[in-house]
Design a protein around this ligand. Structure first.
Ligand code: GCB
Length: 651
């Protein structure tokens, strides 16, 4: 097959400097350093849902002005956590409207007295619209869940001797509108013979529960008043040297010096530079490899940045250390290349939810999931259908798990969702995603949407704009969206670098007819490839399975049916994966919660693990397959070492 010239985004790295983000300021992960402290505000917050008819009583009575307990009863609400599953009050489970969180904090005296310290309030995510007050002062607003936002609150806390006490009030609204991402609609049911006056429901167009609240950590951190605001790193490889291009933005001073040092994993200096931008050359660089592809995967350097600024109060220093993986990503007409070698995604789609915490970030869950990923031999996942917590991506960087980073562009199902306001919002969300995640070596591709109505003309224009914008924001990575349209009808596919296809043969149609899968899947792959000559990922496939249901011959919903369906897909994937199919991602890693409906039994049960992270039979099938593929494609002599693999029969 004729190979189209590889598009090596990494080589375009320096172009990144020309494409400044429209967003103001960076969103570096808050790390401690000799010049930075952090104070986590996780734990119990006071909470109240505004059940009033118009949901606006909190604003009418200005609940933010005084401690929340003074305006009525409050509940204890853990943060991070979704609020939905915590209480026994059923009205909270699918509550739509404003909820109020409040927390009182005592600040260290130095933070309030030292005028060369900057105090920042950072909210990891608040789904879906948030207004923040500090001591009753309107401080910050943000639209969109799943992404962080922050405000410099120094001038609110450095105001006098009593300022150590801080009251943070956050009002969050989970209402989705036709222009939010994901979109949704509110429907008033006006037939008074059936519904009480003012009765409404929220319609969503995606298949996961609309968990809401403070689902990621809230924290305060400090920087000096002159500070490292953002760092952008892209990497490439020239012969055996790694090239690390950096760009640094500084705020709070125009009179400063920047020193940049690149250290290896043993803390030895390998390159250094100065100034706001430059290129560091690392002879004999160790590359960041996905795990199972190399005997030493996921090698990380550290980029140490030191700022020294002259301020009226004297010199100020700021330090920030960023993990850096040197690797390249490129796409040809039939391959996805990492460090110039063909990479095959054998992985999963995930969701962030589990049991009572909903989508609340949780370390035990995170570590368990990564152990399960490695047990499976999964080398990749897609952040279906929204950006995951930053700590998840940090684990991927460290473990060598490859990520397709998806924005919350899910449920774009109706023609009215493709309007200019939505488009502007979608582009802003991509700016926020790229700004947050651009430096993670594990992130190898952006996905701007899942299953939009891409057969519509208006969707074609819309997707073209979002994809073009994302490529301008980050020329170093390929961009895709995930489609379930027909190859002949899809209006967005011309703009993607990799075709990502969802299909549910013998599940959502031809129920029970497993014998049709091979023919239908072959036709799917061949039609798409003939039309576009782009690499293809089977980005979803699977079957609903209730753990413990058994039937032979296999019937739908049993563990045997899930296994048989997967086996049929695997026959065709094996035929095509040496040609142009570059990946397979099972739907889903684990069962997850959805809205109630006659087609969902306590949520979506297509997981190969249960919601409690126990394996169904299909997990063992997948494990055998993934390790078989890994053993075929991994580097010679590579030994996969990890705590859970040492005794694996597959290593
Ligand atoms: C899909 C969607 C995913 C659903 C899945 C299903 O195509 O992308 O969000 O959960 O199908 O199980 O129906």
């Amino acid at each position: 097959m004729a190979r189209r010239t590889a598009v090596a985004w990494a080589a375009l790295g320096p172009l990144l400097w020309g494409c400044a983000l429209a967003l103001q300021g960076g969103m570096l992960y808050p790390r401690e350093s000799p010049s930075r402290e952090r104070k986590e505000l996780d734990g119990l917050w006071s909470f109240r849902a505004d059940f009033s008819h118009n949901r606006r009583r909190g604003f009418e009575e200005q609940w933010y002005r005084r401690p929340l307990r003074e305006s009525g009863p409050t509940l204890d609400m853990p943060v991070p956590s979704s609020f939905n599953d915590i209480s026994q009050d059923w009205r909270l489970w699918d509550f739509v409207g404003w909820v109020w969180y409040e927390r009182e904090v005592i600040l260290p005296e130095r933070w309030t007295q030292d005028l060369s310290t900057r105090v920042v309030l950072r909210i990891g995510s608040a789904h879906a619209y948030a207004i923040v007050w500090v001591n009753g002062v309107d401080t910050l607003e943000h639209e969109g869940g799943y992404l962080p936002f922050e405000a410099d609150i120094s001038n609110l806390v450095q105001v006098g001797p009593l300022s150590s006490q801080l009251r943070i009030t956050i009002a969050i609204n989970n209402t989705l509108t036709p222009t939010t991402l994901p979109p949704g609609t509110i429907q008033y049911l006006t037939d008074t013979s059936k519904y009480p006056k003012g009765y409404f429901v929220q319609n969503i167009y995606f298949d996961f529960f609309n968990y809401a609240g403070l689902q990621r950590s809230v924290l305060l951190y400090t920087t000096p008043t002159a500070y490292i605001d953002d760092i952008t790193v892209t990497t490439s490889v020239e012969h055996d040297s790694g090239l690390v291009n950096y760009q640094i933005s500084v705020k709070g001073s125009n009179l400063f010096e920047l020193e940049v040092r690149l250290l290896d994993a043993e803390n030895k200096l390998v390159a250094n530079g100065a100034g706001t931008q430059g290129q560091l050359k690392v002879p004999g660089a160790r590359l960041w490899w996905p795990y199972l592809m190399h005997k030493r995967p996921a090698y990380l350097y550290s980029l140490e940045v030191r700022l020294t600024a002259q301020m009226s109060l004297g010199p100020v220093s700021d330090f920030y250390t960023l993990p850096v993986g040197i690797r390249t990503v490129a796409v040809t007409e039939s391959q996805f290349l990492i460090n110039g070698k063909p990479f095959y995604f054998h992985g999963v789609n995930k969701h962030e939810d589990a049991d009572i915490r909903g989508k609340g970030f949780d370390w035990p869950l995170l570590v368990k999931d990564f152990n399960l990923l490695r047990w499976l031999g999964a080398n990749a996942f897609r952040t279906s259908h929204y950006p995951y917590a930053e700590e998840v991506l940090q684990m991927c960087d460290r473990y060598g798990i490859v990520v397709i980073d998806e924005c919350p562009g899910v449920g774009l199902a109706l023609p009215q969702f493709f309007n200019n306001v939505s488009l502007q919002n979608h582009m802003r969300v991509m700016e926020e995603v790229v700004r947050r995640d651009k430096n993670h070596p594990a992130v190898v591709m952006w996905s701007v949407a899942n299953e939009p109505a891409s057969h519509l003309e208006s969707a074609g224009y819309y997707l073209k704009m979002v994809i073009t914008h994302t490529k301008a924001l980050d020329p170093s990575r390929p961009v895709t969206f995930v489609t379930n349209s027909n190859y002949a009808a899809d209006k967005g596919a011309p703009y993607v670098d990799v075709i990502c296809l969802n299909s549910y043969y013998s599940w959502y149609h031809d129920y029970g007819h497993l014998e049709l899968i091979q023919q239908q899947l072959t036709t799917q792959f061949e039609s798409w490839y003939k039309t576009y000559q782009k690499p293809i990922i089977q980005s979803e496939y699977g079957a609903e399975t209730i753990v413990g249901f058994h039937q032979d011959p296999p019937l739908m919903f049993t563990e045997e049916y899930q296994k048989s369906l997967l086996e049929q897909y695997h026959v065709v994937l094996d035929q095509k994966r040496r040609k142009y199919v570059v990946g397979e991602l099972i739907w889903n890693f684990a069962d997850f919660m959805t809205e109630q409906s006659p087609t969902r039994v306590l949520g979506n049960k297509k997981g190969v693990f249960t919601r409690q992270r126990q394996p169904k039979s299909a997990a063992f099938l997948l494990r055998e397959r993934y390790w078989k593929i890994a053993n075929e494609t991994r580097y010679p002599y590579s030994i996969a070492k990890s705590q859970c693999l040492e005794n694996s029969p597959f290593t």
